[in-house]
Every structure is written in structure tokens, then in C-alpha cells.
Write a protein that binds this ligand. Structure first.
Ligand SMILES: CC(C)(COP(=O)(O)OP(=O)(O)OC[C@H]1O[C@@H](n2cnc3c(N)ncnc32)[C@H](O)[C@@H]1OP(=O)(O)O)[C@@H](O)C(=O)NCCC(=O)NCCS
Length: 469
């Protein structure tokens, strides 16, 4: 026990997203933008959202209980729990403390950790904290847990179709099938106003969409170059796109992921890396003298690099895009939902593969880091993680609602945000059994949750109560 644990990383994962969703194609027609703007222009298929029954706390209660149950982990075995979220429900009481209800039931209150917040980066900060704990001399031999939970909602306007919602729980420990290559990472942090939430009376962010795209790409460049430099120093050889099997990006919408991978191809070209063949070099040569400012603004470069990147994108990125395209931006959970898509699509062929992850949170904080995968042994194996997450069934069993119903829900949630003294709908027919839901916020703003019972087919109030007392 103690420090120097080997292959610390993710042992197990569970994902939960709301069963209510709206098709992007239907939203286009409803809003009256040109056909294809959200589906092709942003690259998004569908958007999941919380109804009045769900929020970031209920989703994380669901993800954590399901993870513990499905992998057979005793809640007493958890020694640290950290949450990443940018969805503010309370300015003081952490989401982590709500999750303690699960552990208090088993008399385990000896659990370190609270919440981390910085836009979509909080989940990565939480993950690093827990991994560092397992690698440190204060580790007591128990597992760590990381939860990323967010509901991404925007005011009416161009950003609204980039919403989404989900919670992901990850079990952390040594000898993990998803192990950190801790030395290979690069960060870029700086002060910008690209996306922020200064209005505490509203759940909606203030967003400078174009600036956020440029900040994301600048951060990507910087993190990639730093990771390459560290790799070269340690390994004594150049790092290029050929040295990793998959690239997973934080995904506000899929188009930005396409642009990001194309940008890495251009950076490899500028670094004269072996991953870029002669034909690609010829296509990118006209842009080699652009200043970096000019290069972010050049549409021609964007087109040329996307053409050059196309086949590598299909191989190394496309398998990671399923859940973000189907669910939307999940803020802190987005990057890990993209990674979950890879496990879902390729679980039987991932042994030995290297995966590069890029985490970005506006404001801004960003890190690129590396995982080394191996199949592992049951229950903590890549194939079992894919089985437990059961992504295809969860996607298929969702309920599509009309854009009108979606807008109506957004209006109700605007009205409820920061509110007290209300009970939620008794109609829980749309949420799956085993799911936690919000029942009430009382006159002192205290929130009450129940779990939908396994045999609950009616709308009767017969769930298990979690009331925090
Ligand atoms: C991304 C965002 C700026 C787009 O809003 P917008 O300015 O109305 O959209 P645009 O006019 O740029 O159109 C988006 C894309 O769709 C394309 N498009 C528009 N109509 C189209 C159509 N009918 N068919 C196909 N493509 C279309 C545009 O050409 C553009 O593509 P490009 O990015 O390759 O240029 C907006 O959704 C937003 O602010 N989202 C939140 C930002 C965010 O998540 N930031 C966090 C980053 S970490």
C-alpha cells in the first residue's frame, strides 16, 4: 500500500443520460434555420435534456448506484469521491455531499473529496485529483470514484442546439484496463471570456461562440505541442498522430471535433512529422507561411486540412463520436462520453492501444493526456465496461419529444431555476426503473429525491425516498 502504484486509471465506468430527447432535424425546422445547419453544419443528430424530474444530482445518484451495483463494488470500499460539474444548483453545498446519501446508508462517511468547477474541464480536474490520490502516500488502499455530471442548456438562439445532458461515473484504482501514461501530458491555461456564467439568477451561460471555437483550437495546438515535446524528451523520438490509435476530444458539437483533428494534421505538417505523406504535404504547403492568427481564420486551410485528415479521422476519431452526436454537449461528461463511445464501438480490439484525450473548459483550462488500454480481467475489463454501459440499448430506448415540448420544458426549468416550494410531476412513465428523480424542493430550498422502483409501472409514488435527513 502507499505510493508507487502501477497502472493507475479507470477500472469501471457507467453512463446515464436522460431518456427524453429531441431530433436536431426537427429543431432546425421548428426554429426555422436552413435545413442541415444543425445536422451537417454542427454535425449533431439528437439532443438529450432533463425533464423537470431530473437534474445533475439525480443523474449522478443514478450513475453511481448503478456502477456500484453492476460491478459488485461495496460502497464501503470507496475512499475518495470527486465530482466535476459546471451546473450550479447550490453555491456552497457540493454535489458530492448529495451523493454521500448512498454511502451513509452503509456507514461509510470516511470519503475525501468535493466538487471541481471550470466549465467542461471540472471532470478532468476531478479525475486527476483522484488518480493523484491513488498514486500518493495518503492512499489507503480503497477505490476512488469520479463523477462528471452536467445539464447543458442555452437560451433561445444559435447556441441552443449545442445543449445536452449526462452523468458519468468512473471507478479509479491501480492495475486498471484504462491506465494513465502520466508523463505524457500537456496543459494550457489562460484568462479569456469565451463562455462563462456570470448571471447567478440564470442557468444559461453568456457565450461568444466564435471566440470559443478559436480558444478551443489555440488550446489544442498548445497542449498538443507540449505533449509532443514531453514525449520526445522522454522517448528520444518524435511524437506524431501515428503514435496513437485513437484521439478523443471534448465535444461541444461534432463539427468542432472534425476541425480539431484536421488542425492536429496541420500541426504535424508544420512539425514535419512522418504522419504526413507527400500528397498531403503538397495540399498544405500553400499555408505554411501563415501566422497562427491567420491560420485560425483561414477557411481554405480549414478545408484543405479536413480533406487531408479525412481517412485518418474515420479511423482514429469517428469511433469516438457516437454518444456526443446523439446526446449533445454534456459539458464535463462530454470527453468521457466520447471515450465511452470508443469502448462501445471497439471494445474487443482495444488491447494495447494508446488513446489521446483532449479536455477543454472555457475560461480557460485545457489538458491533453494519454491512456494505455489493456483488456483487463472481469469485472474490470474493457469488454465488461462496454456491456455494463449498454450504450446501444440506452440510446434506442429513449423517447423523442417534439421541439414544442422541448421548448416548453426549457421554459418551465427557467421558471424553476433557483426556486423553492414546488413538487414535480407524478408522471414518471418516461424514466427507466432504477433511476433517481427529483420529487420536491421545500420551503427551505432542500431537494428531495426518490429512486424509481424496479416494478413500478404506474405513476404511483412508491419509490425509495432519499431525503437527506
Ligand atoms: C457553434 C455556434 C457558434 C454556431 O452558431 P452559428 O454562428 O449560428 O452557426 P454558423 O452560422 O457558424 O453555422 C455553423 C456551421 O454550420 C454550417 N451551416 C450553416 N447552415 C448550413 C446548412 N444549411 N447546411 C450545412 N451546413 C450549414 C456553417 O457553414 C457553419 O459551418 P463552419 O463552422 O464549418 O463554418 C453556436 O452554436 C454556439 O455558440 N454554440 C456554443 C458554443 C460552444 O459550445 N462553445 C464551447 C466550445 S468549448
Amino acid at each position: 500500500m502507499g505510493s508507487n502504484q502501477k497502472d493507475v486509471g479507470i477500472l469501471a465506468m457507467e453512463i446515464y443520460f436522460p431518456p427524453t430527447c429531441v431530433q436536431q432535424e426537427a429543431l432546425e425546422a421548428h426554429v426555422g434555420v436552413s435545413k442541415g445547419k444543425y445536422t451537417i453544419g454542427l454535425g449533431q443528430d439528437c439532443l438529450a435534456f432533463c425533464s423537470e424530474l431530473e437534474d445533475v444530482i439525480s443523474m449522478s445518484l443514478t450513475a453511481v448506484t448503478s456502477l456500484l451495483e453492476k460491478y459488485g463494488v461495496d460502497p464501503k470500499q470507496i475512499g475518495r469521491l470527486e465530482v466535476g460539474s459546471e451546473t450550479v444548483i447550490d453555491k456552497s453545498k457540493s454535489i458530492k455531499t448529495f451523493l454521500m446519501q448512498i454511502f451513509e446508508e452503509c456507514d461509510n462517511t470516511d470519503i475525501e473529496g468535493v466538487d471541481s468547477t471550470n466549465a467542461c474541464y471540472g471532470g478532468t480536474a476531478a479525475l486527476f485529483n483522484v488518480v493523484n490520490w491513488v498514486e500518493s502516500s495518503s492512499w489507503d488502499g480503497r477505490y476512488g470514484l469520479v463523477v462528471c455530471t452536467d445539464s447543458a442548456v442555452y437560451a433561445e438562439g444559435p447556441a441552443r442546439p449545442t445543449g445536452g445532458a449526462a452523468a458519468i461515473a468512473m471507478l479509479i484504482g491501480p492495475d486498471a484496463p484504462i491506465a494513465f501514461e502520466s508523463k505524457f501530458r500537456g496543459s494550457h491555461m489562460s484568462h479569456v471570456y469565451d463562455f462563462y456564467k456570470p448571471n447567478l439568477a440564470s442557468e444559461y451561460p453568456v457565450v461568444d461562440g466564435k471566440l470559443s471555437q478559436t480558444c478551443y483550437l489555440m488550446a489544442l495546438d498548445s497542449c498538443y505541442k507540449r505533449l509532443c515535446a514531453k514525449y520526445e524528451k522522454i522517448q528520444g523520438k518524435q511524437f506524431s498522430l501515428s503514435d496513437a490509435d485513437y484521439f478523443v476530444f471534448h465535444s461541444p458539437y461534432n463539427k468542432l471535433v472534425q476541425k480539431s483533428f484536421a488542425r492536429l494534421c496541420f500541426i504535424d505538417f508544420l512539425r514535419n512529422a512522418s504522419s504526413v505523406d507527400e500528397a498531403s504535404k503538397a495540399k498544405l504547403a500553400p499555408f505554411s507561411a501563415l501566422s497562427s492568427e491567420e491560420s485560425y481564420a483561414s477557411r481554405d486551410l480549414e478545408k484543405a486540412s479536413q480533406t487531408v485528415a479525412k481517412s485518418l479521422y474515420d479511423e482514429k476519431v469517428q469511433p469516438t463520436t457516437l454518444i456526443p452526436k446523439q446526446v449533445g454537449n454534456m459539458y464535463t461528461a462530454s470527453l468521457y462520453a466520447a471515450f465511452a463511445s470508443l469502448l462501445h464501438n471497439k471494445n474487443s480490439s482495444l488491447d494495447g492501444k494508446r488513446v489521446i484525450m483532449f479536455s477543454y473548459g472555457s475560461g480557460l483550462s485545457s489538458t491533453m493526456f494519454s491512456f494505455r488500454l489493456r483488456e483487463g480481467s472481469h469485472p474490470f475489463s474493457l469488454s465488461n465496461i462496454a456491456t455494463v454501459m449498454d450504450v446501444a440499448r440506452k440510446l434506442e430506448s429513449r423517447h423523442e419529444v417534439t421541439p414544442e415540448k422541448f421548448v416548453e420544458t426549457m421554459q418551465l426549468m427557467e421558471h424553476r431555476y433557483g426556486g423553492k416550494d414546488f413538487v414535480t410531476s407524478k408522471d414518471r412513465s418516461l424514466i427507466p426503473s432504477g433511476t433517481f428523480y427529483l420529487t420536491q424542493v421545500d420551503s427551505m430550498y432542500r431537494r428531495f429525491y426518490s429512486k424509481k422502483a424496479g416494478n413500478e409501472t404506474t405513476t404511483a409514488d412508491n419509490g425509495t425516498l432519499l431525503n437527506g435527513h
